[in-house]
Design a protein around this ligand. Structure first.
Ligand code: 5GP
Length: 194
């Protein structure tokens, strides 16, 4: 998606450890118009899939997920990282290792919001080694909900996540695919770069 790639080139900063900082429009300050365009693109890609629910993980997946849900007219559910006193019902949970925080979290979804009749689109901001998506896939498995696909804003294609998702037989659509950060410069799959 050209709009997203251009924005990454304009505002993205490559940090040590293969981390791309996009605090300008996605991970801290959020550009709602860009998020809306991302939501429209996911909605277009998965238009035929009769999606009933979007599933993401807090916090940074919520912005692109909510725009997709707005356009598809379906609810957006996010897995929570900290158990809250408001979560009193039975939970689906999964262990997720955070790429950026280097900590393990048990993420949870209230069982009343995810059912075996659901057709789920999983959305997240980044795909690195696939831990976050894997946790969400496990939660859907527990609920016996059908995952119709995964939508990622920024995929780091040189890491393992994309292959792991495809190996599980799940459709993956990523809007910007990064081939490398060589010399601290972003290069996209297909050649475009700084
Ligand atoms: P994974 O679970 O696929 O290894 O990593 C994906 C999660 O880690 C995303 O939810 C995202 O929050 C975070 N993440 C992974 N790589 C990056 C990155 O390069 N930049 C930022 N800002 N977040 C990342």
């Amino acid at each position: 998606m050209k709009l997203l790639e251009d924005r990454i080139l304009e505002d993205g900063i490559v940090l040590p450890g293969n981390v791309l900082k996009v605090n300008q429009f996605l991970n801290h300050q959020i550009d709602p118009e860009l998020m809306y365009a991302i939501g429209k693109e996911f909605a277009r890609l998965y238009n035929e899939e009769k999606i009933t629910k979007i599933l993401t993980i807090e916090a940074s997946g919520i912005a692109p997920a909510i725009m997709t849900g707005l356009i598809l007219h379906v609810p957006v559910l996010f897995a929570r990282k900290q158990k809250s006193v408001t979560m009193q019902n039975a939970l689906f949970t999964a262990e997720v290792y955070s790429y950026t925080k280097k900590t393990k979290n048990r993420v949870a979804v209230d069982q009343k919001f995810l059912h075996k009749t659901d057709r789920v689109l999983i959305i997240d901001d980044f795909l690195a080694n696939g831990q976050a998506v894997n946790g969400l896939l496990n939660i859907c498995e527990q609920a016996q909900a059908e995952v119709v696909g995964v939508g990622i804003a920024i995929e780091k294609s040189f890491q393992d996540g994309a292959r792991l998702i495809k190996d599980r037989g799940v459709r993956l659509e990523s809007l910007a695919r990064i081939a490398s950060f060589d010399d601290n410069q972003v290069r996209f799959v297909g050649g475009k770069g700084l």
